[in-house]
Ligand binder design. Sequence first.
Ligand SMILES: [Zn+2]
Length: 689
Amino acid sequence: MTLVVRFIARAFLLAGSTIAATAAPMLATAAAPVTAYFGGIDKSAVPGNDFFAYANGDWLRTAQIPADRASYGVGEKLTEVNEQRVADLIREIGGATPADGSDARKIADYYVSYMDEEAIEARGLTSLRSSMDQITAISDRTALARYLGGTLRADVDILNATKLETDHLFGLWVAQDLDEPARYLPFLVQGGLGMPDRDYYLKDSPQMAEDRTHYQAYIAALLKLAGESDVDQKAASVLALEHQIAQAHATREQSEDVKAGDNHWTREQITSRAPGMDWAAYFAGAGLEHQSDFVVWQPAALTGIAALVGSEPIETWKEYLRFHQLSHFASFLPKAFVDEQFAFYGKVLNGTPVLRDRWKRAVASTNNALGEAVGKLYVERYFPPEAKARIEDLVRHLIAAFAAGIDELQWMAPETKVKAKAKLATLKVSVGYPDHWRDYSSLDIKRGDALGNAQRAELFEYQRNLAKIGHPVDRSEWVMVPQEVNAVNLPAMNALNFPAAILQPPFFDPHQPASINYGSVGAVIGHEISHSFDDEGALFDSTGRLQNWWTEADFAHFRASAQQLVTEFNGYKPFPDLSINGQQTLSENIADVAGLAAAFHAYRLSLNGKKAPVVEGFNGDQQFFLGFAQSWRQKTRDARLRLQVISDGHAPAQYRVQTVRNIDAWYDAFNVKPGQSLYLAPAERVRMW
Ligand SMILES: [Zn+2]
């Protein structure tokens, strides 16, 4: 299910790509002496025809995607390293018998409970009994609404579109009011689907039809395992209901339109505009009975789904809810459930042949439940103060390059430049980890109760969000955990998070040439900064108020450049029947161009007029662009690639690399000539910043 709210948070990578496995070592670390900084190049490829193939072709020829992965590359390899580190930390603290009630004890107990397959097998469905009984007891639409409200969770997938567990009918996110940025409001967003996007239900293609067939079989399989009868018929009616929900859903492009989403509705307006749902019962179930103001992000979806709650048979809803309980918690149930869940989400939707080792899933689940508690231990061990200081220095260079870029812009009105600089000056950049750690003292973790722990962790996260309402907005709150290989811009907060885990080799390594650091992590930082200044960033002023600070002429230039970029990306065709959607990936592609340009500028500034040393026969500019292209080194299975092209706001890695064609210096660095595939005449190159 996709509840994308990218105006609140825009991740650098899709979080679904966090992974690991066993494969040839490809990270240059300080411990292991580096044989080559620029290995894996295909010298037979022409840089001007395919820069991704040139920079990575040799690696691509021999790299194997591990059987438990949908993709593999630099980011995944680093994720693997971090995953092993976290697992070691967890086992270590578990061995030290931490005090009752301490975070360390909770982490250890959560992990051990997840790992205890024997106990999980023995419990069977016992842990789900009380939720299942509640569903069985639903006798009228008021009870149905109360139950639905009781399952509202803060599990809105704000960062990416490939996380599949957000299957509640609506999702809730507590964020700052876009009109009054000093206060929090609850945002209600569409949900209720088990497949990743409405397209999976509504599109005619044979591939989608096949996915629907598999999904229906998956629904039937879970109901059967739970001891139900007539499962084929029930599965058909659950799928039919989800089909109707999908019809009510806004499209991805609609959901990303901030102005279309910023709808302030009172509880009374929700009640009168979205009949069918007993909203009083719903909000009572959700613990929101005293909340009068909401933001309804997709009004037509709220109305459409509420109508279905009123019109569709209660028995169908109950079947739907039973299935979703089973599917939502399948990874905490006996092996038969785990296998069915993997067969659909892993194999069918992502093309991954083999389920990941249990310890890796346990680490992921612990990170999910107790992310900052684990993160605190992680940074104590793996992110020394010197590393933080060095990255902060790099960030300062990037911000200086950005500020200089603003001065040099031809197209931006002088009054807009003043506002841009004010916004840059108030940008809250957090490096490594948050200023304040989350308090987990009210979260109860019981050894031996894996599923109950997961349920309590979800409820804890929901209540933590509700508790923000009525308090001042905290710009230092993080939306990622420090041990995640990713980065994020929070446009409405005018804040950036750079987790410690991405500030590691090969993205950043004080021992490698500075050119590579600027091309890899520098471009990441530039990418995130630029989100504050793109067409969406233009909608939020320096306080985070939804208030356009650009002139009409600024927008006109931006739109013209953006259109060139849409055309560029529409031209990439990963499959005969599927092109990259230049519009869907536009914001991220803009940030890539802007980030790369700023990183290059910062790199040049960092040389202080000196010539960069030649490394392995490459000059400084060549090293910079190779560092960039190799930081995107990745191989992806077809099913995952297809999923990403359809449902993600980011273009696949190999196309993100080709954006070098928009930077003048790349043409000189690699002697790129007219007639080569990536060649753009100077006027066609996209210059945002
Ligand atoms: Zn981005």
